[in-house]
Design a binder for this molecule. Structure first.
Ligand code: SF4
Ligand code: F3S
Ligand code: FES
Length: 248
């Protein structure tokens, strides 16, 4: 057992401050263990969202020494022995209290996105697809909705004004997943991403990919292919010509 220095943000939507704490740390523990010990021994009303403690529910997202991370997957052994560990709430979303933020922005963006729509006449239970198509989008289905990518993306991190037109990387992988789905026949996911989800705001900084705890290659495997295909369609004279003919 050792005593470690922590700074933890406490406050609510009207403001707050970093408080200093000295907390016991044991071998093998993660940051969330220490937050729980802080609640148990010094700050019983410290608010912190968590559920699985196994990196699977996506609830314990927080910023640890300025890096967006899952508290339950950040081992204390990754820090220097004399390092002060600073824990703050996600910066992109409004604070409710202490380490808990209101992430409803992400759910709103999910609601705005047209749902999976199979071809007319194909009912649930009749969906059939090749294993190769299942495998293609499997990576995107690993998302645990921790919203670390959404929190990190500079398009919205310091630009509240960009939130209405920008859905963010989590929704871009959902769009890419549906774009690859052979039965999602009624929507043009690339056009929707470009026209309604703000795909054009993304300038491929890849910060979202760097923080994803599921190691989803958000930028390389979802965003860039979607952008390339939008550009292909828009500027390929043959495609433009073909679209005009088809519209007649
Ligand atoms: Fe979290 Fe990765 Fe899903 Fe983004 S894509 S919400 S970082 S799991
Ligand atoms: Fe944002 Fe990721 Fe693009 S961080 S700018 S969505 S590559
Ligand atoms: Fe579920 Fe951390 S508590 S991901």
């Amino acid at each position: 057992m050792t005593l470690r220095q922590f700074k933890v943000w406490r406050g609510d939507g009207s403001g707050g401050q970093l408080n200093d704490y000295q907390v016991e740390v044991n071998e093998g523990e993660v940051v969330l263990d220490v937050i729980h010990r802080l609640q148990a021994t010094q700050e019983p009303d410290l608010a912190c969202r968590w559920n699985c403690k196994a990196g699977k529910c996506g609830s314990c997202s927080m910023e640890i020494n300025g890096m967006p991370r899952l508290g339950c997957m950040t081992r204390m052994s990754t820090f220097e022995d004399d390092e002060t560990i600073t824990v703050t709430p996600l910066r992109t979303f409004p604070v409710i209290r202490d380490l808990v933020t209101d992430v409803s922005f992400n759910y709103q963006k999910a609601v705005e996105m047209p749902a999976f729509a199979p071809p007319p006449g194909v009912e649930p239970g009749e969906y059939r697809m090749q294993q190769v198509d299942v495998d293609r989008s499997q990576e995107f289905r690993k998302c645990i909705e921790c919203f670390l990518c959404q929190n990190t993306c500079h398009v919205v991190r310091d630009h509240e004004e960009n939130k209405p037109p920008f859905s963010g990387p989590r929704l871009f992988i959902r769009a890419a997943e549906l774009d690859m789905h052979p039965l999602d026949a009624r929507h043009d996911r690339k056009e929707i991403a470009q026209q309604s989800q703000g795909l054009g705001y993304c300038n491929i900084t890849k910060c979202c990919t760097e923080v994803c705890p599921e190691h989803i290659k958000i930028t390389d495997n979802a965003i860039i292919p979607m952008k390339e295909r939008v550009v292909d369609r828009r500027y390929d004279p043959l495609v433009v010509f073909g679209r005009k003919i088809l519209r007649r």
